[in-house]
Design a protein around this ligand. Sequence first.
Ligand code: PMP
Length: 393
Amino acid sequence: MNIKQLFSAHLAPTSPIPLGIEVSHAEGCYIFDTAGKKYLDLISGISVSALGHRHPKIIEAIENQLGKYLHIMVYGEFIQAPQVKLAKLLADNLPPNLDCVYFTNSGSEATEGAMKLAKRITGRSEIISFTNAYHGSTQGALSIAGAEWLKQNFRPLLPCTNQIRYNNFKDLEKITTATAAVFIEPLQGEAGAQESAIGFLKAVRERCTKTNTLLVFDEIQTGFGRTGSLWHFQQHNVIPDILLLGKALGGGLPLGAFIASKEMMQNLNHNPVLGHITTFGGHPLSCAAGLVALEIILQEKITERVGEKEALFRKYLTHPNIKTIRGKGLLLAIDVGSFEKVQTVINYCIANGVITDWFLFNENCIRLVPPLIITQEEIEMSCKVILEGMELI
Ligand code: PMP
């Protein structure tokens, strides 16, 4: 069997239509397949490779850490400099109440940890989330997903998890003194880059404060400059009690985090002791890579150019078959009206060396999530290919 057949035979499938590109290597904004074809990556491993693939400084940091130690001990016991330095740099770039970091392996685990923390702090059981929300695929995180089709065959899931409508102010009354936490993406990724309505996050914040409910922002997809500011919540001037990070956090290696105040986090070390534990969370290699990635984003002011790049995409992507372009920064959704059309354009783009993808909860949209370092020429070139694809639908 060749490697494609072995892929089909031995790797658990997640969709009937995997993109199926056989990767040889990746560098900057490009992925190369084993036949030597070069693809411009407009997906970044779903918002992971903010600085492109194999950034030389990230590789150097990983190699440097490789020479020192890999896994030593379960999370939280030994002092590991890469974890400490990354936690400090995150805290330095967050509001003062978000000063204590719990590192996990993935975004889903960050969600799980935050759900437990909220229950532990408040003594309440209800978790509220929103329609079309995505917070991960483990059973706790899935319980708060906002799409029944994804959940129904896995029930029973967690009780006391309720969804209210995103951007519906009236529904916020359902947040009560029985609610432990409200989980919300300040800009919904899988819904097709759905922005929150003006004043909505403020209203959620006010309702949570009034009912003593913890407000959790999921910035797993939007964090690290993706929407033009380091954190998307900065654009709304609303501060959460707990912040979830993942994806770009590890600079290309697996890493997630939930972040809260030290006072809140103290609750996980007693009653019960070891209230949340992980073997690999905060792996030294991932933290070393993530530390350098965040340093580069800050030092090179990567976020400041994201807005210009969004404007270029919006300028080039005008076509009668494009209904609208939603989203912010370099998390954009091109609405073409149907999944068939989405697939036609994606397939054309891939055949012509541009990788795009679709969204979990919005079948009418093509996903654009390029590395933040993408250049004007690369934007122009990729839009040309996308527009050619638009001619086919
Ligand atoms: N939250 C959001 C907003 C996400 O986009 C994702 C991943 N798409 C997750 C949580 C889950 O992260 P992971 O796949 O690392 O578990």
